[in-house]
Design a binder for this molecule. Structure first.
Ligand SMILES: C[S@@+](CC[C@H](N)C(=O)[O-])C[C@H]1O[C@@H](n2cnc3c(N)ncnc32)[C@H](O)[C@@H]1O
Length: 263
C-alpha cells in the first residue's frame, strides 16, 4: 500500500533517530524473544537499514531488521546486502510480515504524501505494531515517523505507540543552529503545514526562539549549554518529557497533545 516516491538517502543520515530509538526503546527490544524492527521506505540504497541494525544491536543483541520498500527495483538492489539479522522485502504500509514488529521506522517517507493521508497511514501502521502485554510489563511496539535534511543535521519525528501519537522530538547538530525554528523546515508532514499563527507547533517554536534568545549569555560556554538552558526555560510552559541527558545531545521531546494540530 502506498506509492513509489523519490529514493533519496545518505549514509549516516538517520543517526540521531537511530540513537534516540536505541535509548528510549532499547529495553523493550532487549526483553523480547525475537525483536523485529522495520525500516519502511529505506530508499534507493540500503544504508539506513544496515545502520539501524548496527545501532539496535548495541542495546539489543538479538534485534533483527527488515527493510521494506515499495519500489521492487530498490528491493533487488538491496538484496546483496542481506546478512544475518537483515532482510529486504517488497511492500508498503500493510507491512507484510508474519509477526507484528516492535519497531517501525519511516523516515522521509510521508513527507512526499498529502497531509490528508497521514492520519490513516499512522492508524494502519500503529495497528501493525506489537501490542502491549501488561502481564509481561511490555509496552508494545513503537512507530517513529519523521523528516530530516540530506545529511541528518536537523531532524523532527513523531513517536507513536499502538494507541496513537505520544511525543514529538526535535534533534539537531547544535553547531549549525541559528535558532530553534530553523527546524521548522523539517517538521513531519502532520505538522509542517501547521507552522502558522494560531497553531500549537507555531507557538512552541516561537517560545523556543525566545528562550534561545534569552539564553544567549550561555553561548559563551558553547551551543550545548545554551540549548540546555533554553529547554529548561521551555519546561515552564510546555510538557517536555525528557531530561538533560537527552538535551545534551541537541534534542528535546515534547508530549504530542501539546503540539497536535487544532483541527
Ligand atoms: C526519500 S526516501 C527515504 C529513504 C530513507 N528512509 C532515508 O530517510 O534516507 C523515501 C522512500 O520511501 C519509499 N516509499 C514511499 N512510500 C512507501 C510505502 N508506502 N511503503 C514502503 N516504502 C515507501 C519510496 O519508494 C522511497 O524509496
Amino acid at each position: 500500500m502506498g506509492t513509489v516516491t523519490r529514493g533519496t538517502t545518505n549514509p549516516n543520515r538517520l543517526r540521531r533517530m537511530d540513537r534516540w530509538i536505541a535509548a528510549v526503546h532499547g529495553a523493550e527490544l532487549r526483553r523480547a524473544d525475537d525483536p523485529v524492527a522495520v525500516d519502511l521506505g529505506y530508499g534507493a540504497a540500503p544504508w539506513t537499514a544496515v545502520e539501524l541494525l548496527h545501532r539496535l544491536r548495541t542495546v539489543a543483541p538479538r534485534a533483527r531488521v527488515v527493510g521494506i520498500e515499495i519500489d521492487p527495483a530498490r528491493v533487488a538492489a538491496a538484496r546483496p546486502y542481506e546478512r544475518e539479522g537483515l532482510l529486504f522485502r517488497h511492500g508498503g504500509f500493510e507491512v507484510p510480515l508474519d509477526r507484528r514488529p516492535l519497531l517501525i521506522r519511516a523516515a522521509n517517507v510521508l513527507r512526499q504524501y498529502d497531509e490528508s493521508e497521514v492520519a490513516a497511514v499512522w492508524q494502519r501502521l500503529c495497528a501493525r505494531l506489537a501490542p502491549p502485554d501488561p502481564a509481561a510489563g511490555a509496552l508494545g511496539g513503537l512507530l517513529v515517523e519523521g523528516t530530516c535534511d540530506e545529511i541528518g543535521r536537523r531532524h523532527v519525528w513523531v513517536a507513536l505507540g499502538p494507541e496513537g501519537p505520544r511525543t514529538v522530538t526535535f534533534a539537531t547538530r547544535l553547531g549549525s543552529l541559528q535558532r530553534p525554528s530553523d527546524l521548522a523546515e523539517r517538521l513531519p508532514k502532520a505538522l509542517i503545514h501547521r507552522n502558522v499563527p494560531g497553531e500549537p507547533v507555531h507557538a512552541f517554536l516561537r517560545d523556543f526562539d525566545r528562550a534561545w534568545a534569552a539564553a544567549a549569555p550561555y553561548a559563551a560556554y558553547g551551543a550545548r549549554q545554551r540549548w540546555i538552558r533554553a529547554v529548561r526555560d521551555l519546561t515552564a510552559d510546555w510538557p517536555v518529557t525528557d531530561g538533560p541527558a537527552r538535551w545534551r545531545q541537541g534534542e528535546v521531546t515534547v508530549g504530542w497533545a501539546a503540539l497536535a494540530p487544532r483541527s
